[in-house]
Design a binder for this molecule. Structure first.
Ligand code: PMT
Length: 408
């Protein structure tokens, strides 16, 4: 269940120091227009008060199985029936153990047992508790039972230890819910992606670059991971955080990007060139900062290698996807580029639209024609692009499959 399809969610809070993060989580869910019903265990009330959650959710918070505010006295049935999903955040070791075994001795565990909707848990506990064989067994069993386990993360813990067991931060948790629901169309595939701008030095502090933020390439990396792929992301300089699970290789120049791509290309099924690569580099960059004077400064530029062309021309290339940013005649120029670069698929976008923003629109061009993807956040476009790639790979596979001939 993607977050966009959740209209009503029950957020269960159990006892742990991470309960304070539930306040922000509820705030973010409400801000997305989701109806949030909070239920807390008695232990959770030691860490954060129901009043706080009531103010943030705009609804009464329930903690007790015998609460007589529910007309028919069956709060556990009412609440589980009403919700599109249940999210337990934080989920303590004790609560995980309880629901693994189908125990129902308080309101929240009753709701979990009586549910007919998806159950998601965001574990939060001390690293030793997380690594204890009992917890490992419980988490494995919950996964087998179809419970979606989100996190935990590693890092500093309230108890002073460091390691796995931190509850995911609220924003990350919402992303993880979305990610967990993506179809695993690229399971087992190895994907190499270039992203961001390259930079060619003029002197010690100046250089030639462009306005690529890396957002499109990073979104594709994230979407590919969500779809089950193993991803290496070769990135020029950006301020973006590496997508969780990506193998990030940072580069500066086009030559470095080419080397990183070639070093990481082995066994790759898919190569996607999203980077805005500098077509030229400065022939003799100055090691010192160039001093200003009254003369005209002439830079000598030499052409850079074309990374995508290098990959496409390999004897056994991966499935290659190119990008093209054009300022006019998008379809004609991009389709010409696709044919010239001998690409099965090219994603075309308008320069004025694509660079730097969180949203864009694309036209996918392949041998069958043009497939427009209307304006949307880059992550949405990335998912649509990869769905298209997965479809093309499937078609390719069935086209190359040997027909079974009858033996006489
Ligand atoms: O990073 P964002 O701010 O999110 O912006 C995204 C984007 C606009 C950079 C992206 O969507 C995009 O369009 N990238 C390609 C930009 C472009 O115009 O590329 P190009 O026409 O110079 O090159 C065509 C293709 O060849 C691209 O796949 C490019 O990565 C590749 N190329 C180009 C030159 C070169 N020397 N080596 C290459 O591999």
């Amino acid at each position: 269940m993607a977050l966009s399809s959740i209209k009503r969610i029950l957020v269960g809070i159990t006892g742990g120091i991470a309960a304070y993060k539930a306040a922000e989580l509820v705030r973010l869910l409400v801000r997305q227009g989701i109806d949030v019903q909070v239920v807390m265990t008695q232990a959770a009330c030691h860490f954060i008060t129901p009043v706080t959650l009531q103010a943030l959710s705009g609804k009464p918070v329930f903690t007790d199985l015998w609460d007589d505010r529910i007309d028919n006295g069956m709060a556990h049935i009412e609440f589980s029936r009403d919700a599109d999903a249940i999210l337990i955040a934080p989920a303590s070791a004790d609560f995980l153990a309880k629901i693994t075994h189908g125990m129902a001795d308080d309101l929240l565990s009753n709701i979990c047992l009586a549910r007919s909707c998806p159950l998601m848990v965001a574990p939060a506990m001390n690293v030793q508790m997380w690594e204890n064989p009992a917890t490992r067994r419980n988490v494995a069993q919950l996964k087998r039972d179809g419970v979606i386990v989100l996190g935990p993360d590693s890092g500093d813990q309230a108890c002073g230890d460091t390691g796995m067991g931190r509850m995911l931060e609220p924003e990350t948790l919402l992303d993880a819910i979305d990610a967990s629901q993506q179809p695993k169309l690229l399971a087992g595939k190895k994907v190499l992606i270039t992203a961001g701008p390259t930079f060619e030095a003029i002197d010690a502090v100046r250089g030639i670059t462009n306005l690529s933020s890396g957002k499109m390439g990073y979104a594709i990396a994230r979407a590919a991971i969500e779809m089950g792929a193993e991803v290496t992301l070769v990135s020029g300089q950006t301020s973006l955080k590496s997508p969780h699970g990506a193998n990030l290789v940072k580069v500066t120049t086009t030559q470095q990007m080419l080397s990183a791509v070639m070093e990481n290309l082995q066994d790759r099924d898919i190569f996607i060139g999203v980077a805005a690569v500098a077509d030229y580099y400065v022939l003799n960059p100055s090691e010192q900062k160039i001093k200003k004077d009254a003369h005209i400064l002439t830079l000598e530029l030499a052409p850079n290698p074309d990374i995508l062309a290098n990959v496409v021309s390999l004897p056994d290339p991966p499935f290659c996807v190119g990008f093209a940013a054009e300022s006019e005649n998008l379809y004609e120029f991009a389709e010409h580029k696709r044919r010239r670069k001998n690409l099965p698929l090219l994603a075309a976008n308008l320069i004025q639209d694509a660079f730097g923003g969180d949203e864009s629109e694309l036209i996918l061009l392949d041998d069958k024609g043009a497939h427009p993807l209307p304006r949307a956040p880059k992550l949405t476009l990335a998912r649509q692009l990869l769905k298209h790639v997965a479809g093309m790979l499937k078609e390719q596979k069935s086209a190359t499959a040997q027909p079974i001939t009858e033996q006489s």
